[in-house]
Ligand binder design. Structure first.
Ligand code: HEM
Ligand SMILES: *[C@@H]1O[C@H](CO)[C@@H](O)[C@H](O)[C@H]1NC(C)=O
Ligand SMILES: *[C@@H]1O[C@H](CO)[C@@H](O)[C@H](O)[C@H]1NC(C)=O
Ligand SMILES: *[C@@H]1O[C@H](CO)[C@@H](O)[C@H](O)[C@H]1NC(C)=O
Length: 494
């Protein structure tokens, strides 16, 4: 008993001592201002409850007002420096692999697999990152991927009648596209089997705090094993195949790096994970923002209310005109979208940028300081601490974007606004971990919007709100009522 008490005392004493030593060290280091909250849980509960509100950035906004754009907090068990400052964010992105390393909780690493690009570091990461960039660069999209992107989108849209859950449809399309791009499989029973398992893996990513007690997490690990087994079979088959294929798996095998089966499987899983929620959410939200676009409505103020209503339920005029023009140039409305068509969608690119800015699917990125780092304002981030570079806080800041919380695609036509302070707009991150799928995601979204606008008119089936935690999405997966437009009558003001 006495020895137990002694042990307990020792434990309490040593952790208290450690706490004091650390605090003294932090004091010397001049940390960014802020509060570490309660012991152990810090401000985690405030963070979670804040994001359950409708405001996109309550946790950060509140602290930025109080402490400035760089502040200290304590979330998910660790002290963390948050940055809502574009210059500091850029510094963090560019110093990846030098002063900072990427950092994911163990529960997520298990789901990703140890050879995942997202977890790799150092020279191997550099090599794999540039390889991935070359799999989805504009040349490859133009010469190989675009045809299938358009074909699979059309195929999916063919089956739409009446009420559709847009988010579900977008996920199905995104998954089928990625499987096609990775290993040339067309949608079928096998892809649906894989998708069902895969959805369970994804669910595992959002059970963060206590994975070991979560059945969702255990199910996710099991599903991950199944997906990996299925992919391993494909890799083995491909190894004995003499025919060369021009998909990502083929390129990976032809690269001369002699990757193991396990490496290839983890790599493919990483691409599936990174592109799935992101691309499908952006597809859904672009449609939602367009449907609700208050500025398109404002532009139409001179028209009668009834006309406004009709217009609203079809599509915004500027936007549809661009797409009608592309369609009217083709004899057959089903003719493939070409690269030149994509390049001519100027206003659509504004819509894409504005959707990415407003939605901020990746709200920011976590890193870990590998050494004591001096940052802007004379502050220090201590070695081993986490940092969170918030892209969303910058994208929604009125200092950088006028009326930052309104959807206004026209702002991208204003060179002085869109072009100015170079690095405030980072929906795809930057530096050594710049998203390799940035062009691909833009093309998929553009083609999707083109087919949707020229084929259907739609109205929301019910009100559906945006939520921001644990990911940006709408509460009800955005149900809409679609009506097929007569191909011969363009979408135009009546
Ligand atoms: C709208 C869609 C997308 C958004 C907003 C997005 C955003 C991002 C961001 C911000 C990062 C940086 C993460 C970091 O720095 O830690 C990233 C990384 C990554 N993205 Fe995307 N992404 C999208 C679509 C895609 C697609 C379609 C692919 C598939 C090719 C993809 C593959 C990746 C991969 C593999 C990484 C990891 C890169 C690395 O760690 O080196 N993403 N993405
Ligand atoms: C894209 O990558 C391929 C190799 O996969 C390369 O031949 C081509 O030059 C690259 N194109 C661009 C625009 O970087
Ligand atoms: C959209 O944003 C990118 C930066 O990610 C920029 O290079 C491009 O010019 C923007 N497009 C338009 C139409 O403003
Ligand atoms: C363009 O952006 C600048 C800077 O935000 C602003 O002063 C100007 O009024 C904008 N012009 C238009 C036409 O919106």
């Amino acid at each position: 008993m006495a020895s137990l008490l002694f042990l307990l005392f020792l434990a309490v004493f040593s952790s208290a001592a450690l706490f004091l030593i650390r605090r003294a060290r932090y004091r010397r280091l001049r940390l960014p201002p802020g509060s570490l909250g309660l012991p152990f849980i810090g401000e985690t509960l405030q963070l979670i409850s804040a994001y359950k509100s409708e405001n996109p950035e309550p946790f950060i906004d509140h602290r930025v007002t109080r402490y400035g754009p760089i502040f200290t907090t304590h979330v998910f068990g660790e002290p963390t420096v948050f940055s809502a400052d574009p210059e500091t964010n850029r510094f963090i992105l560019l110093n990846e692999g030098k002063l900072f390393d990427c950092s994911y909780p163990g529960s997520i690493s298990n789901l990703l697999g140890k050879h995942s690009l997202l977890l790799m570091k150092g020279s191997l990461h550099k090599r794999m990152h540039s390889l991935t960039m070359s799999f989805a660069n504009s040349t490859i999209i133009k010469d190989h991927l675009l045809v299938d992107i358009d074909r699979l989108i059309r195929l999916n849209l063919d089956s739409w009648t009446d009420r559709v859950l847009l988010m579900e449809e977008a996920k199905k399309i995104t998954f089928e596209l990625t499987v096609k791009q990775l290993m040339s499989f067309d949608p079928g029973e096998w892809t649906e089997f894989l998708r069902k398992e895969y959805v369970m893996v994804i669910e595992g990513f959002f059970t963060l705090p206590l994975p070991l007690f979560s059945t969702t997490y255990r199910r996710a690990i099991k599903a991950r094993t199944k997906v990996a087994e299925a992919l391993t079979l494909i890799v083995r088959e491909r190894r004995s195949d003499t025919e060369k294929r021009s998909d990502m798996l083929g390129a990976l095998m032809a690269s001369g790096d002699h990757f193991s089966d396990e490496q290839i499987v983890d790599f493919m899983l990483a691409l599936l994970v990174a592109g799935y929620e992101t691309t499908s959410t952006i597809m859904t939200l672009a449609v939602k923002f367009l449907t609700e676009n208050p500025l398109a409505l404002a532009q139409l103020k001179v028209r009668t209310h009834a006309r406004t209503h009709i217009l609203r339920s079809s599509c915004s005029r500027l936007f549809s005109e661009e797409h009608e023009e592309i369609r009217s140039k083709k004899d057959d409305p089903e003719a493939s979208v070409e690269w030149s068509d994509y390049k001519s969608m100027a206003f659509t690119q504004c819509v894409v940028n504005e959707t990415l800015r407003m939605a901020n699917i990746i709200g920011g990125i976590f890193r870990r300081a590998t050494t004591d780092i001096n940052i802007k304002g004379g502050y220090t981030i201590p070695k081993g601490w986490k940092v969170f570079a918030s892209f969303r806080a910058v994208h929604l800041n009125t200092d950088y974007f006028k009326d930052a919380r309104t959807f206004n695609p026209w702002r991208w036509q204003n060179k002085s606004e869109a072009g100015s302070p170079g690095n405030v707009y980072t929906p795809f991150g930057g530096g050594p971990r710049l998203c390799p799928g940035y062009e691909l995601a833009r093309v998929v979204l553009s083609v999707f919007l083109h087919r949707m606008v020229t084929r259907f008119s739609w109205v929301p089936a019910e009100e559906d709100k945006l939520v921001y935690f644990p990911t940006t999405r709408t509460q009800k997966r955005y149900p809409i009522i679609v009506k097929r437009r007569d191909e011969s009558t363009p979408c135009r003001v009546l």
